[in-house]
Design a protein around this ligand. Structure first.
Ligand SMILES: Cc1cc2nc3c(=O)[nH]c(=O)nc-3n(C[C@H](O)[C@H](O)[C@H](O)COP(=O)(O)OP(=O)(O)OC[C@H]3O[C@@H](n4cnc5c(N)ncnc54)[C@H](O)[C@@H]3O)c2cc1C
Length: 327
């Protein structure tokens, strides 16, 4: 069976693996330059030299046996490691509490390595933005933004964020009204993220902190990550602040968020900064089931947004999507 997976994030990788394990011939397409989706690692030239920032998910956690087994295998392969960091929460008044919880894992050398590892042996084609599906159930052609086409495919697995999924299905042949209506119920909050470089050596007394009450919700030092460069800082704004400043200029966003945190912790002023807007970052209202499939049972959708706002949700959904398309 020829199957196309659209979306090379963690959900797409999990779907591709389960489909391939069942004997399908799978090709993955993604609009980005490399696999990873929101498990993303950015390389940047800064006055301190080249630095890498994990500017999407900071770490992943696992409760399901499947994702735990995957992380354990990735650890054995040297592309994942437990993140043994000093993590705290700090409230407006400055009260500090240790963040407890399950084991946290990071990708090596960056978070996107987890998805690359999951896609090992899978044919992946990057910089292909899918615009619509044409054809009929069991014989689908994908039409891309650049005018090119691929197909026919017997099955299509869509692992795009819901807005992009709705956009694609609304232009496609076939009746996807029910799937579209389900995806429209989902809510995802944006997240402004700032990557900054500052003179190395400063220690605020933690490696990562959940900050309560201000514009910045999360702050992490890259030096505390396995193999991480000294001097890098990642800041993530709260969902409310990100929504309110969604259309703001990126440079202004970087300035505002850096000022709040660098002044508060008495850190040396950043020598470089860059802001990235995740328009669809954190799922706040998930669909509630692991995957959905069209009435013809030939086109299905999955992604973290089916189950919740964590990488493990993407993994579990991708596996369920693969199974649904095979069933
Ligand atoms: C700032 C931030 C912090 C986070 N922190 C954490 C955390 O600490 N822990 C945690 O567990 N999770 C965290 N998450 C959530 C986690 O990153 C996601 O749950 C997970 O990566 C989602 O995977 P996915 O495959 O469902 O979607 P994505 O990773 O979004 O993958 C979707 C893919 O579809 C591609 N695509 C979209 N449209 C098209 C198109 N038309 N054609 C082709 N390709 C297309 C995109 O390029 C992308 O690669 C965070 C997310 C963000 C943004």
């Amino acid at each position: 069976m020829r199957v196309a997976v659209i979306g090379a994030g963690l959900a797409g990788a999990a779907a591709a693996r389960s489909l391939m394990a069942a004997g399908a011939s799978v090709t993955v397409f993604d609009k980005g330059r490399g696999p990873g989706g929101r498990l993303s690692t950015r390389r940047a030239e800064t006055p301190l030299g080249e630095m890498c920032f994990d500017h999407g998910a900071q770490y992943v956690t696992a409760t399901s046996s499947s994702f735990s087994a995957f992380l354990s295998a990735a650890g054995d392969a040297g592309v994942a490691a437990p993140w043994l960091a000093r993590l705290v929460s700090i409230d407006r008044a400055g009260n500090v509490d240790a963040l407890r919880g399950e084991a946290r894992w990071v990708g090596l050398p960056g978070m996107s390595a987890l998805v690359k590892y999951a896609l090992n042996g899978v044919e992946v084609r990057q910089t292909r933005r899918a615009k619509r599906l044409t054809g009929a159930p069991g014989s689908w052609t994908i039409r891309f933004e650049d005018g090119s086409t691929e197909g026919p495919f017997e099955r299509i697995a869509l692992t795009l964020p819901p807005e992009q999924l709705v956009d694609l299905l609304a232009r496609s042949d076939g009746d996807f009204a029910r799937v579209i209506s389900g995806a429209r119920q989902v809510e995802i909050a944006p997240c402004w993220t700032v990557m900054a470089a500052t003179e190395p050596g400063f220690d605020p007394g933690f490696d990562g902190a959940k900050l309560l009450g201000g514009a910045v919700r999360w702050m992490a030092l890259t030096a505390a990550r396995p193999g991480g460069a000294p001097g890098g800082v990642v800041l993530q704004a709260s969902p409310d602040w990100s929504q309110a400043f969604l259309e703001h200029d990126a440079e202004a966003v970087a300035r505002i968020l850096c000022e709040e945190v660098f002044v508060r912790f008495g850190m040396p002023q950043p020598v470089w900064s860059n802001a990235h807007r995740w328009r669809y970052a954190m799922v706040t209202t998930p669909a509630g089931s692991a995957a959905d499939i069209s009435d013809s049972r030939t086109v299905g959708c999955g992604g973290d947004w089916r189950l919740g706002g964590r990488a493990e949700c993407a993994w579990d959904s991708g596996e369920a999507l693969g199974a649904a398309l095979l069933g």
